[in-house]
Design a protein around this ligand. Structure first.
Ligand code: ADP
Ligand code: MG
Length: 263
């Protein structure tokens, strides 16, 4: 399956895949501890608008923690995280502002099981954004068509396949009109035949210019869609490069070892 999305992306319109000079996320000298465990060490990372970054690395290297720090699902202890010009700090107004611009999609889709697909997609727009119901439903249907499951709108999550549920989770995020999307292993809980449909949805988002940070081990996706691949190990960014060079000429021994294990 890694080849199929690659083709789709390579045939995308390059003009749509431009990266701007504008900074979407700036992380500088950031550290995080869980108790006495130093989980993220001196993280420096600047993400420009329109970038599509794939983060990979061994299990336990801090990938999820890094992603979760960006919308304050985890709190960092030192250094700066600035999203869209807003500093992530103890000011809850800033946290809210950043969360409203950042969408997130996890390995487990976290849909509300007792709500229909449509209701899952309209809940936050109606209650958080105060969007009128009719407008929220129109927006939800727009994004459900985009992820190619509008006909599932009145079903419940349990009636959908894993791949369909993950696409609902993506649509639900998009309904909040995020400027940045974070993905944490969105395909790793899916059966192989469903991985492609989710990756295709992500490729489409990338082609439309969405700024994306994706933790994934789908290296076909990384090669096709990412403009930058970041390798993490033991809480540090060990190496980063554009995908072709990253895969062809990994510089550190740790990266080489990792790639030899997954490719
Ligand atoms: P990855 O996503 O790369 O697998 P994580 O960010 O999930 O890594 O975890 C990094 C390290 O932090 C691991 O050693 C993990 O056990 C530890 N860790 C993750 N979450 C917590 C937590 N809430 N409390 C304590 N340790 C944690
Ligand atoms: Mg993880």
């Amino acid at each position: 399956h890694p080849d199929a999305p690659a083709d789709a992306a390579l045939h995308g319109d390059p003009a749509k895949m431009q990266i701007s000079d504008e900074v979407a996320i700036r992380i500088a000298g950031m550290n995080k501890w869980y108790g006495s465990f130093h989980v993220l060490r001196d993280i420096d990372l600047t993400v420009h608008r329109g970038e599509r970054i794939v983060i990979c690395g061994p299990s336990g290297s801090g990938k999820s923690t890094l992603i979760r720090c960006i919308n304050r699902l985890e709190e960092h202890q030192s250094g700066d995280i600035i999203v869209d010009g807003t500093e992530l700090n103890s000011d809850l107004k800033n946290v809210d502002k950043i969360r409203s611009e950042v969408g997130m999609c996890f390995q487990h889709f976290n849909l509300f099981p007792h709500l229909t697909i449509l209701e899952n997609c309209t809940l936050a727009p109606i209650w958080v954004r105060k969007t009128p119901r009719k407008e929220a439903e129109e927006t939800a249907m727009h994004f459900l068509r985009k992820v190619k499951i509008p006909e599932q709108a009145d079903k419940y999550p349990g009636q959908l396949s894993g791949g369909q549920q993950q696409r609902v989770a993506i649509a639900r995020s998009l309904c909040m009109r995020p400027r940045i999307m974070l993905f944490d292993e969105p395909t790793s809980a899916l059966d192989p035949e469903m991985i492609k449909e989710v990756l295709d949805t992500m490729i489409e988002l990338a082609e439309e210019g969405m700024t994306m940070l994706c933790v994934t081990h789908e290296m076909g996706f990384a090669q096709a869609v990412a403009n930058r691949v970041i390798f993490m190990d033991q809480g540090q960014i060990v190496e980063q490069n554009e995908p072709h060079e990253f895969f062809r000429n990994p510089r550190s021994e740790r990266t080489k070892l990792f790639l030899s294990q997954i490719l």
